[in-house]
Design a protein around this ligand. Structure first.
Ligand SMILES: Cc1cc2nc3c(=O)[nH]c(=O)nc-3n(C[C@H](O)[C@H](O)[C@H](O)COP(=O)(O)O)c2cc1C
Length: 217
């Protein structure tokens, strides 16, 4: 396929989607956002490896600056791995994490720029800026990796799974337990599965109205 044909095909794909759907309906918005809650208790319904793969295959399309994709995910499922995770958690997060079928450790690869040429062929020379300035790369990686963490939650919910994100853990301990001798660093954890609604202890918390936090200038 010539470059011109490839470009035309890319535009045709976008057109095709727009002809099929112009926005998400209320059910989809409820599932992903408006009725999606942070879940704390889990049924014994399992989550398959295929579902974990499907989360990645959806979330990977979430946009990141220069297509750097710095997030890495360690899916913690086995009893042994869960037991290794337990001492890293704040006490309030232990029981629910042990009960969840899978806990995703969303990490950031500090060497995310290693594949820059493959991921961002339009500007391969930009790699140097990332590779030569560790402080810049750490900030950039965390920013873009955190965006991907949000895409993870949105993708999981879009696929019908429930999520319970957690920042309440000792990241250094988790790094030592799971990521030693890698360039990955823990960002946050997210339990996934099918929620037992007895874990919902109250109504949805307040959310700002548009006029409280947004300005149009
Ligand atoms: C990155 C992140 C970290 C969080 N950390 C924790 C945590 O350590 N423990 C916990 O019980 N909830 C945690 N939460 C859940 C939030 O407290 C919860 O989303 C918030 O109270 C709003 O509730 P809702 O999602 O049900 O509307 C976290 C959420 C996010 C997105």
């Amino acid at each position: 396929m010539s470059e011109e044909e490839a470009l035309a095909a890319s535009r045709a794909r976008i057109d095709d989607v727009r002809n099929r759907i112009d926005r998400l309906d209320n059910n989809a918005l409820d599932l992903i956002f408006r009725e999606a809650r942070s879940h704390n208790w889990w049924t014994d319904r399992d989550v398959s490896d295929d579902q974990l793969r499907e989360i990645w295959d959806v979330m990977k399309y979430g946009t990141t600056s220069a297509n750097t994709l710095p997030a890495r995910i360690l899916f913690i499922r086995s009893k042994e791995a869960k037991e290794k995770l337990a001492p890293c958690l704040n006490p309030a997060n232990v029981d629910k994490t042990m009960l969840a079928p899978v806990t995703a450790l969303i990490a950031t690869d500090l060497n995310y720029f290693d594949n820059f040429e493959k991921l961002y062929p339009p500007r391969p020379e930009m790699k140097e800026r990332h590779a030569s300035d560790a402080a810049f790369a750490a900030k950039f990686g965390l920013q873009q990796g955190t965006l991907q963490g949000a895409y993870f939650i949105i993708a999981a919910r879009a696929l019908g799974l429930d999520c319970g994100a957690m920042g309440g853990f000792d990241a250094a301990k988790a790094d030592a337990a799971f990521l030693a001798s890698t360039s990955w660093k823990s960002n946050f954890l997210c339990n996934i599965g099918y929620a037992d609604l007895s874990g919902i202890k109250g109504p949805r918390l307040y959310r700002y109205a548009f006029d409280e936090v947004c300005k149009v200038i």
